[in-house]
Write a protein of this length. Structure first.
Length: 447
């Protein structure tokens, strides 16, 4: 019971901490980068690539092995001392140490080290790319929360205006200044606005839940707060070619494909190295003890003395010259050359995909910027139209239908402006990433 109470208290404390803290965009991104499980897989890939590189360096060291054996013979057996047959049981043991090293193999191990170093960089760039993807995803969801909250606040203001108009129509009806159908129209408008408030609130809460889930916040709390942000709209144009020239040098997906091409070329060098002779050196030392080994007096020679007397060693050089190997080496070289062409094509595809994405973003940015200017101008005009309609309605010069039409037009323009404003912010964030300017302080790679 006590343990359950403590667990409940800890859970409530964590919820309170999450609720009291106001999360900025960078806070959300930083938390997601630390706790996202898919990103952990990329970190494991980098760790595995690092170990592979280290092991390829260690392969330059000689192989050293030691062995020991203990044998007990029963019945008829060969005496290891003089190769005669004996029928009594006896035991013997042996001790050996050996070492070998590859002196030359066409520099394949050096090429392997360089290959694994390049593959490590590929893994690091892939991790960096996934970090960018996650950060941009969290950014979009963060702005979706802010957008849906602003939309919710806007719907509340609209409903407040409808409530005021309903009360005004109700008073006019009591004075006999309007027909009862006007009150029905005002009531319908108010109910529709209240429905829009409910829908906007649900959209806001769903956006918050999606963000918290992708941040991987366990036991996500609904009353978590996010910092208010200002979204300035800058009137600036972008050039797709200029941004692409910057992205072609720094963008992770392009760098990963170029590094992968370099690794494939090194793998071709490894395949070609098998055409060269291989030179190996090996050496060993060993000794043993035999229970059957006796001195002239018939006494078993001591363990220490036998280790000295039975000691033996060797050194050897071996040269392996490849002649045919069923033409497998030549086939491997051809396959590696094909793979290089494939990797060269991957580099082209990667660059092409980035350039197309930048072109689309630049076109979208310019279109959104123009649209935002037009909407802002239209909003100013529609606000004047609505205020004029409201005054006319207050004086009884127009009916509820015309006022409702003016209000709906103003509402649509306000929502469109809000939508375009957040789309522009997301668009600029993507373009900044392609330009090599990190908009997030915590999007880093572990090099």
């Amino acid at each position: 019971m006590i343990q359950k109470r403590l667990s409940l208290l800890l859970f409530l404390s964590c919820c309170a901490l999450y609720a009291q803290r106001e999360w900025s965009l960078n806070d959300c991104i930083q938390y997601a980068l630390k706790h996202n499980l898919n990103l952990d897989n990329e970190k494991y890939n980098v760790a595995a690539a690092k170990e592979t590189k280290r092991q390829s360096i260690r392969s330059l060291l000689p192989n050293i092995n030691a062995s020991s054996g203990y044998n007990v013979s029963y019945g008829r057996a060969i005496n290891p001392d003089d190769n005669s047959y004996v029928t009594t049981s006896f035991f013997s043991n042996s001790y050996n140490i050996s070492s070998s090293i590859n002196l030359f193999n066409g520099f394949s191990k050096w090429h392997e080290i360089k290959t694994n170093a390049l593959l490590l960089q590929v893994a690091q760039e892939n991790e960096k790319y996934q970090r960018y993807i996650l950060a941009l995803q969290i950014m979009e969801e963060f702005y979706a929360v802010k957008y849906s909250k602003e939309l919710y606040n806007l719907q509340q203001l609209i409903a407040k205006s409808s409530q005021t108009n309903y009360q005004l129509v109700s008073k006019k009806l009591d004075l006999g200044m309007v027909a009862k159908t006007d009150l029905y129209d005002a009531k319908t408008s108010l109910l529709n606005d209240e429905l829009s408030i409910t829908q906007a609130y649900n959209t806001w809460q769903n956006a918050k839940l999606q963000l918290l889930q992708d941040m991987n916040i366990e036991d996500a709390v609904n009353n978590i707060k996010f910092k208010e942000i200002l979204i300035p709209i800058e009137d600036k144009k972008y050039d797709a070619t200029t941004i692409y020239n910057e992205a072609s040098v720094s963008f992770p997906s392009i760098k990963a494909s170029i590094l992968g091409l370099g690794a494939s070329k090194k793998q071709l060098s490894i395949a070609k190295a098998r055409l060269y002779p291989s030179l190996y050196f090996s050496a060993g030392y060993g000794s043993g003890y035999y229970e059957t080994r006796e001195d002239v007096s018939g006494n078993i020679i001591s363990f220490k003395e036998q280790l000295q007397n039975n000691a033996n060693g060797y050194i050897s050089f071996s040269l392996n010259i490849p002649i045919s190997n069923a033409w497998s080496t030549h086939s491997a070289i051809k396959q590696r050359k094909i793979y290089i062409k494939q990797q060269e094509n991957e580099v082209k595809l990667s660059k092409q995909a980035v350039f197309k994405a930048i072109q689309q973003l630049v076109q979208e940015h310019n279109a959104l910027l123009t649209e935002y200017k037009r909407i802002t101008e239209a909003l100013k005009a529609q606000e004047l139209t609505f205020f004029s309609a409201q005054k006319k309605f207050d004086k009884g010069l127009i009916d509820m239908i015309l006022l409702q039409k003016a209000k709906e037009d103003l509402q649509n323009i306000q929502i469109n402006q809000l939508n375009v404003k957040y789309k522009l912010k997301v668009n600029e964030a993507y373009l900044s990433i392609y330009k090599g300017v990190s908009i997030f302080n915590d999007v880093k790679t572990n090099n």
